[in-house]
Design a protein around this ligand. Structure first.
Ligand code: ATP
Ligand code: MG
Length: 390
């Protein structure tokens, strides 16, 4: 039996004149995702895209698994292609979906008939196919409201397709349709979730990670790379910069009042990230901050970090509880990696009593104590290590 994958694009349908461009980007992203699996042909139709394996030995389970992580897809399904002869169609439905139909208790048949010349109308296709399936599977009864399995028969120009239940797609917008942004990535739970959430809106990612050896270890850095690889399954390639942060953190420790350590460190992280992001054609930054989570995430502290840069800072986790963030991190499979206990530079030299209501004038005054800050930042950027994550 010849199988294909049918893709239903989601929000794309709303995009009016841009729709074609958006669909082209979606197809490009799907091609990239499948490129090392074999050769596929892509055909665009009305709100569906057909992915047709050209080689015979392609692993379609793997293809479906990969495509289920491509943003811009609302639903997808494997479908069997058959001749436009009703006797063949109903027989194919029963044979192709045999295992699923044997396991189900209830089913219904839906028909889509874009070839209006096909002799049977949709209600007849449903009735006849349903009757045939009932005669073959005595475990089944029809339930039109909440069936275990929906058997769909589509009659198109050249062929008919038969398929079972849809698989939920990753939703969102195709990566690359909403510009680029730089994610400040730590090894924690929140920032990979923030990266995923903005990528879901079509944003292409570049990443910045600050490392402070010897206070932070090689293993901590490897953990961040592992997290980014998991995010990249959804977002596609992430150009990543690992910025050496030790000298700057030591300067903060030696020169600034202790209560401002964290807030100044966060501001400098933002300033360096902004420079790298602009260089990478990004127009915004992303962080995993959430109001009230720690002292540096009160609205007063966030106001002080925000004004360190001149590009927008997106914080998609801002109003979420930790539980809600964890639910997403489990869904995208980053949670187990995130909870591995390696230190982050944010936990180096943490003050005993950080200011929770810092005033920007005091912060700026404290920050000025680091006279050679510009040079230190330039140095850190020059010595950053570039890693391409795919
Ligand atoms: P996360 O789980 O994302 O680490 P967190 O609760 O640990 O969040 P913080 O450590 O205060 O919170 O960090 C807040 C945000 O700052 C992170 O979500 C991330 O965007 C950024 N950040 C923290 N540490 C680093 C780092 N070493 N490199 C780059 N960005 C960082
Ligand atoms: Mg953290």
């Amino acid at each position: 039996m010849k199988e294909i994958i049918l893709i239903k694009n989601g929000e794309l349908a709303l995009k009016g004149l841009n729709r074609n461009t958006f669909e082209d980007i979606l197809v490009k992203n799907m091609k990239k995702k499948l490129s090392d699996l074999g050769s596929f042909a892509f055909t665009k139709g009305q709100s569906t895209i057909m992915v047709d394996p050209v080689d015979n030995d392609i692993d379609l389970d793997d293809a479906v698994e990969r495509l289920s992580k491509v943003f811009g897809i609302a639903a997808l399904s494997r479908a069997c292609v058959c001749e436009k002869d009703f006797a063949v169609i109903k027989k194919t439905a029963a044979e192709y979906l045999e295992e699923q139909l044997e396991d189900a208790k209830t089913f219904k048949v839906e028909a889509k008939r874009s070839d209006k010349k096909f002799p049977l109308k949709s209600p007849e296709i449903c009735r006849e196919t349903g009757g045939y399936i009932l005669s073959k599977f005595h475990n089944l009864r029809v339930d039109v409201h909440n069936p275990d399995i929906i058997v769909t028969v589509e009659v198109r120009d050249k062929y008919a397709f038969v398929r079972g239940n849809n698989i939920k797609g990753a939703g969102g917008m195709p990566t690359g349709t909403s510009g680029r942004a730089g994610i400040l990535i730590s090894g924690g739970i929140d920032s990979p979730v923030a990266a995923y959430m903005m990528a879901k809106r079509g944003i292409e990612l570049c990443a910045v990670h600050f490392a402070s050896p010897p206070y932070t270890s090689e293993l901590a850095e490897m953990k961040v790379m592992e997290l980014l690889k998991k995010v990249a399954k959804y977002s596609g390639v992430i150009t990543t910069y690992v910025v050496p942060f030790t000298q700057i953190q030591e300067a903060i420790r030696d020169l600034c009042p202790e209560e401002y350590f964290t807030i100044i460190m966060r501001r400098i992280m933002m300033m360096i990230s902004e420079k790298i992001a602009l260089n990478q054609n990004c127009s915004a930054l992303i962080t995993g901050e959430s109001v009230g989570q720690v002292a540096s995430q009160t609205i007063y502290a966030l106001a002080c970090t925000d004004c360190a840069v001149n590009i927008p800072v997106f914080r998609p986790c801002i109003g979420m509880d930790k539980e809600e963030i964890i639910a997403i991190s489990r869904k995208i499979d980053t949670f187990e990696t995130s909870i591995q206990p390696y230190e982050d530079c944010c936990t180096v030299f943490t003050p005993k009593h950080p200011k929770t209501r810092p005033h920007i004038d005091d912060v700026l005054k404290a920050e000025k104590s680091i006279e050679n800050l510009e040079a230190l930042m330039a140095d850190a950027i020059n010595n950053a290590k570039k890693v391409i994550i795919r």
